[in-house]
Design a protein around this ligand. Structure first.
Ligand code: AKB
Length: 337
C-alpha cells in the first residue's frame, strides 16, 4: 500500500518553514518535503521524508508518485521577481514548466486514487501591472489590472489560469472527461516580512531587509523611494491564510484565486516605525530605478473582501501589532549578542 502524504515543494524556502511547522503542529505528520537543497535541521523532525531534487526532474516526480498517495500539494518552489528578471529563461522553466509538472502529478494521482487532490499555489500581486493609475486606483480587486510587467508576474498569472483549467476543464474532449480532479486554490501574496528568513531574489525585499539590518545595527540603503507603497503582511499571517484557505469547505469558494493583505505602509512610514524601536537605525536611500519601476507597477493596495467573505480571512497583525507582538520581540531575540 502506498503511504498517503502531503507534498511540499520549495520546502526550505521562506514560507516552507512556517508551513511545515504549522501543519505538524496541527498533527499532519505525513509531509514529504522536496527542495533543491538538503532540508534544514529545524524542520527535519517534522517531516516523514526530505527529498533533495528538482521539480523539473520528471523521473523524480514519477518516483514520488509511484511510491506515495498524494492527498495534497503545496507548491511553493519558485524564482522570485528580481531573480526572474536576471534569468527569465530559467524563471519560465522553474515557475511554469515546474508547476506544469506538479499539475500533471496531481491529475495522475487523482485518477489513480479516484479522489480529488488539493493543490495550493502561492501567486502574487506581481500578476498586476499598473501605470499612473496606481495613485488613484485604491484597493484593486482580483479581476482588475491583470497585465503583469515582469517575467515572474507573467509566470504566476499563467499558472493561475493553468490551475483553473486543471480544476475545471482538463482533458475536456476525452470520453472520460470529469472536472474536479484537482481542487486548485491560490493566494496572491503581497510582500511578506519574516523574522526567521531574510528573503532573496524578490523585489518586495526592501522592508524585510530594512528591519533585519536595523536589528543588527547595520546601515541599510533602501532601493525604492520613501513614498513607495505596496501591500504587505507578516509571515504568521501568510501561513494562517494558507491553512484557512486549504481548510475551507469547497462549497464556500466561488473562485480559485484570492487577494489578501494586512497593511500597506510606504517605505518611509515603515522606516519611521523601525526607528521607534531602533532609534540608532541607519536607514538611507539608494534608489534602483529598475526595481523601483517593478514595484511602481504593483498596486498600492488590494481588495481582499472575497477572501474575507468566502473563507473568513482576517489577518492577526496590523502594522502596529506586527511590530509590537511579532517583529521586534522575535528579531531582537534572533540577533541578540
Ligand atoms: C517578490 O518580491 O518577488 C515576491 C512577491 C511580491 O511576490 N516577494
Amino acid at each position: 500500500m502506498r503511504k498517503k502524504i502531503i507534498l511540499i515543494t520549495g520546502a526550505n524556502g521562506e514560507i516552507g518553514h512556517g508551513l511545515i511547522n504549522s501543519l505538524h503542529a496541527k498533527g499532519m505528520d505525513n509531509i514529504l518535503a522536496l527542495d533543491l537543497h538538503p532540508i534544514s535541521k529545524v524542520i527535519e523532525d517534522k517531516i516523514i521524508e526530505g527529498v533533495i531534487g528538482n521539480i523539473l526532474d520528471k523521473n523524480l516526480l514519477e518516483q514520488i508518485s509511484s511510491d506515495y498517495e498524494v492527498s495534497a500539494i503545496y507548491h511553493l518552489a519558485a524564482l522570485l521577481s528580481t531573480r526572474a528578471e536576471f534569468s527569465p529563461q530559467m524563471a519560465h522553466e522553474v515557475n511554469v514548466t515546474g508547476t506544469f509538472n506538479l499539475f500533471s502529478l496531481a491529475v495522475e494521482q487523482a485518477k489513480s486514487q479516484g479522489e480529488t487532490v488539493k493543490f495550493f499555489f502561492p501567486s502574487s500581486i506581481a500578476v498586476y501591472g499598473m501605470g499612473q493609475e496606481k495613485d488613484v486606483a485604491g484597493a484593486i480587486s482580483e479581476s482588475e489590472y491583470c497585465h503583469p510587467q515582469t517575467m515572474y508576474g507573467c509566470n504566476k498569472l499563467y499558472c493561475e489560469n493553468l490551475g483553473i483549467y486543471y480544476a475545471n476543464y482538463y482533458h475536456r474532449l476525452a470520453d472520460d472527461f470529469k472536472p474536479g480532479h484537482v481542487d486548485f486554490r491560490a493566494i496572491r501574496f503581497p510582500g511578506i516580512i519574516s523574522t526567521i528568513t531574510v528573503p532573496s531574489g524578490g523585489t518586495s525585499d526592501f522592508l524585510p531587509e530594512m528591519i533585519h539590518a536595523a536589528a543588527q545595527g547595520e546601515q541599510y540603503d533602501c532601493f525604492v523611494r520613501n513614498d513607495t507603497r505596496m501591500p504587505f503582511m507578516v509571515m504568521p499571517d501568510a501561513i494562517l491564510a494558507i491553512l484557512s484557505l486549504m481548510d475551507a469547505d469547497k462549497s464556500q469558494l466561488s473562485q480559485h484565486v484570492y487577494n489578501i493583505v494586512a497593511f500597506n505602509p510606504s517605505a518611509g512610514e515603515f522606516a519611521d516605525k523601525v526607528k521607534e524601536y531602533f532609534p540608532h537605525a541607519k536607514i538611507g536611500t539608494s534608489i534602483n530605478g529598475k526595481r523601483q519601476g517593478m514595484v511602481d507597477s504593483w498596486p498600492a493596495d488590494v481588495d481582499d473582501s472575497a477572501a474575507r467573505s468566502h473563507w473568513n480571512w482576517s489577518p492577526e497583525f496590523d502594522l502596529d501589532s506586527a511590530f509590537e507582538n511579532y517583529l521586534i520581540p522575535q528579531i531582537t531575540q534572533r540577533y541578540e549578542k
